[in-house]
Design a protein around this ligand. Structure first.
Ligand code: ADQ
Length: 447
């Protein structure tokens, strides 16, 4: 059996780490005596170029620190001020600065140098996500000939948006160094091949085999799932005292997102405002619980989205609230998974309405958490990768507040027969295509 070496931006460092990717990789890593490498989260002045090993998991874990300069240019800069907006179709938010690109290349080169002494000839290497695209190219330069796979958790942009990157051709050269490039959805595979055809060199001799920038590789869609069994268990065990209480006994809609401009939170709030404006009978009868912890707060676009959502929630609450009812409850903190599972289960409607999203795991968590005898209704954006496999949800255009307000009304009034029919089809997919299935599928193909 080949040992698996996984590399991601952040290493899960707590004791007994949990979370989707950990659950996904745990078996593959544990069974193969595997190793997971990632950033420690610590910035230090002149960090040593060596890996630090950590106990406490069923597999080996090794971390590295970054200097402040590397962190700023690689993570806040190129990863989150260039690639994240571009890959989510927001070329208008890209901040191009040659310092960012230098830092981005440099960090992959450093990680490659730290990895090489620990690699064995027949290891399989699996690199995760947009922060580390150049890593295979950096490893190849150091003579690594192992099979190396890559998985992109976020969408791949169309040719026009890809062309807004400072270095589109180099991006495809980096990608060509992988043996398998995994995407979340067919939409991403199409964008990738079309962008490569316009901005680099690609031939497609057959099926998933491609020649990209003179090198043979493969690409395909591997939709990620959740730890469905774990989530269903958490939701069943959720405690009564962690539930939301309402003085007016109103129905509850829930949104759970990192506070990010790709998640469509202001658009969701505006649709809810329209629903309340056009349906005065819903006053005190329905509320929206939005849980959205801020992230990447030193990037300007994230300060803007925080201000915009807070302002909008305040305005809507001011416009409609009564002494006993606040239409939007807005929480800026992460919530422990078992509490979140209980809130999903309590919610009559799950609102997952991103403007762009690789997959969106909240859609799957919401479905897994429902009571099968009395399930809630999922409202899902057509721009989430999840929409490709979850068509029994109410699919909406998140740019159209009328469409979303209609879907909200329909969901609130849906008969229990229709709710059960839709939910059982959705649940089957979430359970069958869980995160272990995803990792297994990908690694088989890489092998
Ligand atoms: P994210 O952009 O982080 O992930 P998502 O898929 O929704 O988006 O995952 C978020 C996770 O964080 C979920 O498990 C959710 O429960 C949790 N979470 C969010 N808000 C929380 C809160 N307030 N408290 C506690 N937990 C919270 C990226 C891509 C996605 C892709 C995933 C996985 O952007 O498109 O689905 O990776 O590949």
């Amino acid at each position: 059996m080949h040992r698996l070496v996984a590399v991601s931006n952040r290493l899960p460092l707590c004791d007994n780490p949990s979370g989707g990717l950990v659950v996904a990789l745990q078996d593959a890593l544990s069974n193969s005596g595997g190793l997971w490498i990632g950033f420690s989260g610590e910035q230090s002045e002149d960090p040593a170029e060596t890996l630090t090993f950590h106990d406490g998991a069923r597999f080996q874990r090794a971390s590295f620190d970054l200097s402040e300069e590397d962190f700023d240019s690689y993570y806040l800069g190129y990863s989150n001020s260039v690639l994240w907006p571009a890959f989510h179709g927001r070329a208008d938010l890209i901040e191009i600065d040659p310092v960012f690109l230098d830092g981005y290349r440099r960090v992959s080169e450093k990680i490659a140098r730290m990895m090489v002494p620990h690699l064995k000839e027949d290891d399989r290497i699996w690199i995760q996500d947009y922060q580390l695209i150049p890593l295979a190219a950096a490893l190849r330069k150091l003579g690594v000939t192992n099979r190396i796979g890559f998985f992109l958790h976020i969408p791949f942009p169309d040719p026009a948006t890809c062309a807004a990157l400072p270095n589109p051709k180099e991006m495809f050269e980096w990608l060509s160094q992988y043996d398998l490039i995994g995407f979340q959805a067919q939409r991403d595979v199409r964008n990738f091949t079309e962008s490569a055809a316009q901005l680099a060199e690609i031939e497609m001799p057959g099926d998933d085999v491609i020649r990209l920038c003179q090198r043979e590789t493969r690409a395909g869609a591997f939709p990620i799932g959740i730890d469905a069994a774990g989530f269903m268990g958490d939701a069943r065990k959720a405690r009564e005292e962690d539930r939301m209480r309402s003085l007016t006994n109103s129905k509850m809609m829930i949104g759970v997102d990192r506070l990010d401009y790709s998640k469509g939170i202001p658009q969701r709030f505006r649709a809810f405002q329209l629903l309340l404006e056009n349906n005065p009978d819903l006053t005190e009868k329905v509320m929206l619980l939005q849980i959205a912890p801020p992230t990447r707060e030193s990037v300007e676009a994230y300060q803007d989205i925080r201000e915009e959502t807070e302002h909008l929630a305040g305005r809507i609450n001011g416009q409609f609230a009564t002494v006993n009812w606040t239409p939007i409850r807005f929480i800026h903190r992460p919530i422990p998974r078992h509490e979140l599972a209980g809130l999903y289960r309590q919610a009559n409607v799950g609102l997952v309405t991103p403007l762009a999203d690789g997959m969106n795991l909240v859609a799957k968590e919401y479905v897994a958490a429902q009571d099968v005898a009395n399930p809630g209704v999922l409202i899902l954006s057509r721009f989430a990768g999840a929409a490709e496999t979850m068509d029994e949800a109410l699919i909406v255009n998140p740019h159209d507040p009328w469409d979303m307000a209609d879907a909200m009304k329909r969901a609130i009034n849906m008969t229990s027969n229709e709710r059960r029919r839709r939910h059982s089809a959705l649940l089957q997919n979430v359970v069958e295509s869980d995160v272990a299935w995803w990792a297994d599928n990908y690694l088989k193909k890489l092998g």
